[in-house]
Design a protein around this ligand. Structure first.
Ligand SMILES: [Zn+2]
Ligand SMILES: [Zn+2]
Length: 380
């Protein structure tokens, strides 16, 4: 597939200021953020495309090369095919994404190791462990009131035999013979020399002399672990909780990744949720709907609450029970409300007496054989 022009991708003119470029990228990145569009490959592609374009256009040198030579001018500097370099993104991170999700993990997930070698960590610092995903299913009530869940999963831990170094006792690291310690190999392509991570040492610049027999030199071993996760009240389906440092350990003593707990909430038999409000449907007889009266309804807490049905309640009327909905997050905010939709039920079976009385009512109150259709604008 042909690549789109970087200015076109960002939707800015060729003479756009740095500030406009940053604004345009922020808008695209937030809109196509993978967390907001789970499973949407097209959005992920747009996110990557915009990121690549920003990396080049936000950098004076790369921008000048791109303006003069097009993609060939920046190949290997930030373009696909070469080693990806996100130095500028990491530099502008707070500025662009301040307060919006955990972007470094998104970058690691989307761009893999090549993205990390560009800017995710300082040179010489061992790579960070991978972030892990755990899918948790909660009952409707657990999500509403919060709970503590114990989860078991396996992750990489530092090998206890070599202490995560990957090296047998007495062994050590030696400079990688392929790249002589630079961690990069270069190949030339036309006028340009393209750098990519060294295949022998994986970009580390050194290799292990005598690999540890327990972990094969990786310094990591898969282990099962159990941890407790606190689910705050009011959490909703599709939300993600992060548990810092509980992902995979990093190779060679690198920082561990995080564990992401994705929340799936099972539907309730009677209640539906919209944010902090709860909805349920309750049947009422035509007599009660017409004359008014009281009904008792169960709440999500298991309480029974008396509710007044006003006189002449039409089918579908909504009643509100204040603060019987979902508790606010952190226990601070006010609880949501519970809405009761009245479903007026026509009697299925009538006694002879009941039938007589209804016929009597029809005679007394009158009934029409020529109803006028209801205006659509009156149907909410
Ligand atoms: Zn080991
Ligand atoms: Zn190497």
């Amino acid at each position: 597939m042909a690549k789109r022009d970087y200015y076109e991708v960002l939707g800015v003119p060729k003479n756009a200021s740095k500030d406009d470029v940053k604004k345009a990228y922020r808008r695209l990145a937030v809109q196509n953020h993978p967390d907001k569009n789970p499973g949407d490959k097209a959005a992920e592609e747009r996110f990557k495309e915009a990121t690549e374009a920003y990396e080049v256009i936000s950098d004076d040198q790369k921008r000048a090369a791109y303006d003069q030579f097009g993609f060939a001018g920046v190949d290997g500097m930030g373009g696909q095919g070469g080693a990806q370099d996100f130095t500028n993104i990491y530099r502008d991170f707070e500025d662009i994404f301040g307060g919006f999700g955990d972007f470094s993990s998104i970058f690691d997930n989307l761009f893999g190791g090549s993205g990390r070698s560009g800017g995710g960590r300082r040179r010489g610092e061992p790579p960070r462990g991978a972030n892990l995903r755990y899918d948790m299913e909660l009952s409707f009530e657990q999500a509403v009131f919060g709970t503590t869940m114990e989860i078991a999963y396996s992750h990489d831990e530092a090998c206890p035999v070599c202490n995560g170094s990957g090296s047998e006792a007495g062994g050590g690291r030696k400079v990688c013979p392929t790249c002589q310690g630079s961690g990069q190999v270069r190949r030339s392509s036309g006028f340009f020399s393209i750098a990519s991570p060294c295949p022998t040492c994986g970009g580390e610049g050194h290799i292990i002399d005598k690999p540890c027999r327990s972990c094969g030199g990786s310094g990591l071993l898969k282990k099962k672990q159990k941890i407790k996760v606190t689910i705050p009240p009011g959490i909703d389906d599709g939300k993600r909780l992060s548990v810092p440092g509980q992902g995979d350990a990093g190779p060679n003593g690198g920082r561990p990744g995080d564990l992401y707990v994705f929340i799936h909430v099972k539907p309730h038999e009677f209640f539906e949720r919209d944010g902090y409000d709860l909805y349920c449907a309750v049947p009422v007889s035509i007599m009660k709907a017409t004359l008014g009266g009281e009904i008792t309804v169960p709440t999500i807490d298991g309480k029974k609450v008396k509710v007044t049905v006003p006189q002449a309640s039409q089918h579908g009327k909504m009643l509100r029970l204040r603060e019987e909905g979902v508790p606010g997050a952190n226990g601070s905010a006010r609880r949501g409300d519970m809405y009761i939709k009245l479903m007026v039920q026509v009697p299925q079976k009538l006694s002879r007496k009941g039938k007589e009385l209804l016929e009597e009512l029809q005679r007394v109150e009158g009934d029409t054989d020529t109803p006028r259709p209801i205006k659509l604008s009156d149907l909410k």
